[in-house]
Design a binder for this molecule. Structure first.
Ligand code: CO
Length: 267
């Protein structure tokens, strides 16, 4: 049995924080309304997250598993949309799993196309930078700092995407900075710049698809080395926002545009 219905596989790193995962549900609702005729499923690229969820009885599929199930269910056109921020380790893992699937007998006569992550090119990065500033909380006064926490990538060239975006962001709003947890720019760099600007208040906002572990603990937590603590040690009052980029409408639309392209390519 085959299906003419298009298949969409939404691929995220994943999270073990139930409240954070609700952002995935909201994104699915919006995706379904933009592509009403498609069958939408999810896969998580993080095997650690999948393992932790399995231990509490929540089974999440890997990209390979989800693709095989689509194949067995008769779908022949599959768009695999990355909800990663950069073309880094997780995105490349997704591409590898697609490629492994395509070499299996079950994948014969099935068209699979991959949708790009958020920061795919210069125009996208410009859209993202604008959307980050535009999506700031309305209570933010223009003289207060906007400080975004990206993930960063230790070993990949794609880490440079964060450096580029941080610079575009600061050009749009000279009181907006972006740093990363595991790459560049570092927290130390932006802390110096923010302090030098004379800002006394900073809004800490995740620049990650969802407000998961990093946002809750490393950004907004009370540990001695959380971003909140580090800023407050410099006498900068922090207001934290626990909402990821999947809940920023203008950013969400960029991912959906990438998905649209992947759907037309999955023929
Ligand atoms: Co991490």
């Amino acid at each position: 049995m085959t299906s003419d219905k298009k298949a969409i596989l939404l691929v995220a790193f994943g999270t073990t924080v139930p409240h954070a995962a609700e952002a995935f549900d909201r994104f699915e609702t919006v995706t379904q309304s933009r592509f009403p005729d498609a069958e939408i499923r999810w896969a998580y690229t993080s095997s650690i997250v999948r393992k932790k969820l399995a231990e509490r009885g929540e089974r999440k599929e890997s990209v390979g598993e989800a693709l095989e199930r689509f194949a067995y269910d008769g779908y022949r056109n599959i768009a695999v949309q990355s909800l990663h921020t950069i073309a880094g380790a997780e995105y490349h893992k997704m591409l590898r799993e697609i490629s492994v699937f395509q070499h299996k007998p079950v994948a014969q006569n099935i068209a699979v196309a991959a949708g790009k992550p958020l920061l795919a090119n210069y125009p996208d990065a410009e859209r993202v930078a604008k959307a980050m500033v535009a999506g700031a909380p309305s209570e933010r006064k223009h003289y207060e700092a906007l400080v975004f926490m990206g993930h960063g990538s230790e070993h990949h060239a794609s880490d440079l995407a964060y450096v580029a975006l941080a610079s575009m962001l600061n050009n749009i709003d000279n009181r907006a900075w972006m740093g990363t947890v595991e790459g560049h720019p570092t927290l130390g760099e932006i802390l110096i710049e923010c302090k030098a600007s004379g800002c006394h208040t900073a809004w800490l906002i995740p620049f990650m698809s969802i407000a998961g572990d990093h946002a809750i603990h490393d950004m907004a937590g009370d540990d001695h080395d959380s971003w909140k603590t580090m800023f407050e040690n410099e006498s900068i009052t922090c207001k934290t926002v626990l909402m990821g980029t999947l809940d920023n409408e203008a950013i969400r639309d960029i991912w959906l545009d990438h998905l649209q392209r992947a759907l037309t390519e999955a023929k």
